[in-house]
Design a protein around this ligand. Structure first.
Ligand code: SAM
Length: 215
């Protein structure tokens, strides 16, 4: 069992307050951020930074996303309990944990084998049990489709049609799209079989690799 001290809980409450100040208003998202022990995802050397609103290295050149980015993407997905959600880019598993706290059924796929193996073995120890997959998530997971919601947690050069094809009617895809340095957050909703696009702020993600990502 991971230790969750009074101090860690206090820092987490402060983080939730910060998310609120930065414009996150969905109480269920804030509640989930307030519950997931982010410090459990950090190496001992970085432990003191776990509740800062910053991205941090998780090895293999990858990062655990900034809490605000996690909260922003999650809020835009309009999660309802029971939603079937596909996450592209498992990374540390923190985003998957937030979605699970909100009652979603989570399918998560990671392209880096070491990270996939690490998170597959570690996350259930915290009580978080998504379905783990290893492979190129830029193509989605057609065998498990369709999904109510899809979240891409790496920066893409464009919107992969493989992903919009795997959404249910009224399904939502949230994906950062742009160049390698900077991406605009897009929300794509499938309405009457058409794709409705909304644009939000710029973010900076590590690149989405693979068939429909960066080569
Ligand atoms: N969601 C993660 C978390 O909560 O820690 C953060 C993910 S990190 C910003 C982006 C992840 O996407 C990396 O772990 C990277 O290996 C992964 N990735 C990149 N291209 C991918 C692809 N085509 N399929 C699956 N994962 C991919």
């Amino acid at each position: 069992m991971i230790e969750d001290s009074y101090k860690q809980r206090g820092l987490r409450n402060k983080l939730v307050k910060k998310m609120r100040e930065k414009g996150i208003s969905d109480e269920r998202v804030l509640e989930a951020i307030g519950k997931v022990p982010r410090h459990a995802f950090f190496d001992a050397a970085l432990l003191g930074h776990a509740y800062e609103d910053k991205a941090f290295p998780i090895g293999e050149g990858q990062t655990i996303s900034q809490p605000y980015t996690v909260a922003f993407q999650t809020e835009k997905l309009l999660i309802s309990p029971g939603d079937k959600v596909l996450e592209i880019g498992t990374g540390s598993g923190y985003q998957a944990a937030v979605l699970l706290e909100m009652g979603a059924k989570v399918y998560t796929i990671e392209y880096n084998r070491k990270l996939y193996e690490h998170t597959r073995d570690f996350l259930p120890l915290l009580g978080y049990k998504p379905y783990f997959f290893y492979g190129d998530g830029s193509k989605g997971i057609p065998a498990k489709a369709p999904y109510d919601k899809i979240i891409v947690t790496a920066g893409a050069p464009g919107v992969p049609t493989a992903l919009t094809d795997q959404l249910v009617e009224n399904g939502i895809l949230i994906i950062p799209v742009g160049d390698r340095e900077k991406q605009k957050m897009l929300r794509i909703t499938k309405k009457n079989s058409k794709l409705v696009k909304e644009e939000f702020d710029n973010f900076a993600f590590v690149p989405l690799l693979g068939d429909q990502g960066w080569k």
